[in-house]
Write a protein that binds this ligand. Structure first.
Ligand SMILES: Nc1ncnc2c1ncn2[C@@H]1O[C@H](COP(=O)(O)OP(=O)(O)OP(=O)(O)O)[C@@H](O)[C@H]1O
Ligand SMILES: [Mg+2]
Length: 248
């Protein structure tokens, strides 16, 4: 088995749901500072793979090493503490709190909304909130905006910001630009490029223009397995990929 410098090493990973292998002996390596995009038809197992990596779903077999440590048996909340951040498809922000407060409560020391609001906002936390807010394009005056009043795209960025407050070394995003305007998509591409300078990022996406813009490497999944992997232009020209996915 590998013992290398990957941010994430998934080997022979399998999960069965009532005998159906949603992930089937899948092997995947992600470098530090890599932005990997996973594509593939509906039902290919993309979301399930993220569920397994973040610990939401338990694997039937195989190995998941994060920074060279086996995490297969580690509970979901402990994987968060190890540095794995996962954004789900629907944003889970606190609509009644401001942008500042949403980021503040996501600071790792604050375990719950009430706990975090009760403790003093130290200079440290404030600095971190302001840095992250600037990163997600919600700095300055926007910090005081109530999150419920943000646009759909801004809410998605805020949730990414909430994950960044924990300084994850692996960040996973499932279809982050769904429902965004063209301008918001461009800004999200810029944001993801900034974010991956300090960490590994895995993005699941169906929008090929967006994938082209952000991906270092693309993994194509099909029926719980990897169908193809490589740079976007190579994957796009692969007849197998055209046959099961891009040709439709
Ligand atoms: N908890 C579960 N129990 C049973 N079957 C499941 C479960 N989770 C996922 N599946 C099945 O596993 C397969 C893979 O689903 P998954 O959601 O990972 O696909 P996906 O690649 O994310 O598709 P999409 O592009 O539509 O989001 C599907 O056939 C799905 O029905
Ligand atoms: Mg999915």
């Amino acid at each position: 088995m590998s013992n290398t410098d990957f941010a994430l090493a998934v080997e022979d990973l399998t999960v069965s749901f009532d005998g159906f292998k949603a992930i089937d002996a899948l092997t995947l390596y992600i470098d530090k500072n890599e932005l990997r995009v996973i594509i593939g038809p509906n039902g290919a197992g993309k979301t399930t793979l993220l569920d397994l990596i973040c610990g939401k779903t338990r694997a039937s077999g195989g190995s998941i090493k994060f920074k060279n440590e086996e995490i297969l048996g580690v509970a979901e909340h402990k994987r968060v503490r190890l540095g794995i951040g996962r954004k789900f498809q629907t944003p889970s922000i606190y609509e009644n709190l401001t942008v500042f407060q949403n980021l503040e409560v996501s600071y790792p020391a604050g375990r719950s909304v009430w706990g975090a609001l009760a403790f003093q906002c130290t200079a440290d936390i404030r600095t971190r909130v302001e840095t992250v807010a600037a990163d997600i394009g919600l700095g300055g005056e926007r910090l005081q905006t109530e999150a419920g009043l943000l646009s759909h795209g801004e809410k998605q960025w805020l949730e990414i910001g909430m994950l960044l407050m924990q300084e994850p070394e692996l960040l996973m995003l499932d279809e982050p630009i769904a429902g965004m305007s063209a301008r918001e998509r461009d800004l999200t591409a810029d944001l993801l490029q900034r974010i991956c300078q300090n960490r590994a990022v895995i993005v699941i996406e169906h929008d090929m223009d967006f994938v082209k813009k952000i991906a270092h490497k693309v993994t194509v999944m099909h029926q719980g397995k990897i169908l193809a992997e490589g740079p976007m232009d190579q994957v796009q020209a692969d007849p197998k990929v055209i046959d099961v996915y891009l040709g439709h």
